[in-house]
Design a protein around this ligand. Structure first.
Ligand code: ATP
Ligand code: MG
Length: 203
């Protein structure tokens, strides 16, 4: 816990699998932080991303956390969140926001999503609680515009649209294609050191 006088007041929570974290995530994070004047933006690493389970195998959470830590280490006001990993089990944003509300009782919370994730918000576990506990922030991804629930008071932040996804990056790495500039050098070092994305299992 931080001492009371340095407690952040406006906190963004940008959740993801981050398998791996890439330039699209990082450009979104720094621009949302800047646009909304957030004191802190947490890249929250999902423990078990329940929406992806069964569709592919997921890189172990400690490896994904190490990559996100490596990605944001040198960037002020961006941090990697391990709350969902420490909590264990499937990761639900409603639980994460409740935990952050306990940790930072004075803070205003913002849930940050790309438009593909925004489109599915009503399928989230306890979506109403997410909407009560935080303001929703959405950024566009390349592709067709997504229909957003008009009953939600979205904050839209414009960021450069980067046509990059973790799925594509994993395929590139497996094929031996370079990831330079698509992930940070430090993230690339973690991928190489830990031998991630080599097997067919993680697609
Ligand atoms: P995958 O291909 O494995 O689904 P991903 O690139 O979509 O990976 P996620 O970890 O699923 O990354 O996404 C976490 C959050 O980041 C989501 O809200 C998603 O919409 C957003 N996001 C991912 N890529 C981008 C991008 N290029 N630009 C803006 N937002 C992005
Ligand atoms: Mg995704």
């Amino acid at each position: 816990m931080l001492p009371a006088e340095t407690k952040p007041l406006r906190i963004g929570v940008f959740g993801g699998t981050f398998d791996p974290p890439h330039v699209g995530h990082l450009v979104t994070a720094v621009n949302v932080r800047h646009a909304l004047g957030l004191d802190l933006l947490i890249l929250m690493v999902a423990n078990v991303p329940w929406q992806k389970v069964g569709t592919r195998s997921i890189t172990p959470a400690p490896d994904r956390l190490a990559m996100v830590q490596a990605a944001v280490e040198s960037v002020s006001q961006l941090i990697a969140g391990d709350h969902e990993i420490r909590l264990g089990g499937p990761s639900f944003t409603a639980d994460t926001l409740a935990q952050l509300a306990d940790e930072y009782p004075a803070a205003e919370l913002f849930t940050v999503v790309g438009d593909d994730a925004a489109a599915g918000i009503r399928s989230w576990e306890r979506a109403d609680e997410v909407l009560e506990r935080s303001r929703m922030v959405v950024v566009d991804r390349p592709g067709e515009p997504v229909r957003l629930d008009p009953d939600i008071d979205w904050i839209r932040v414009e960021v450069p649209r980067l046509d990059v996804s973790s799925t594509d990056l994993r395929a590139r790495w497996r094929d031996g294609r370079p990831l330079d500039y698509l992930v940070t050098e430090d993230v690339l070092a973690v991928i190489a050191e830990r031998g991630l994305y080599r097997s067919e299992g993680v697609s």
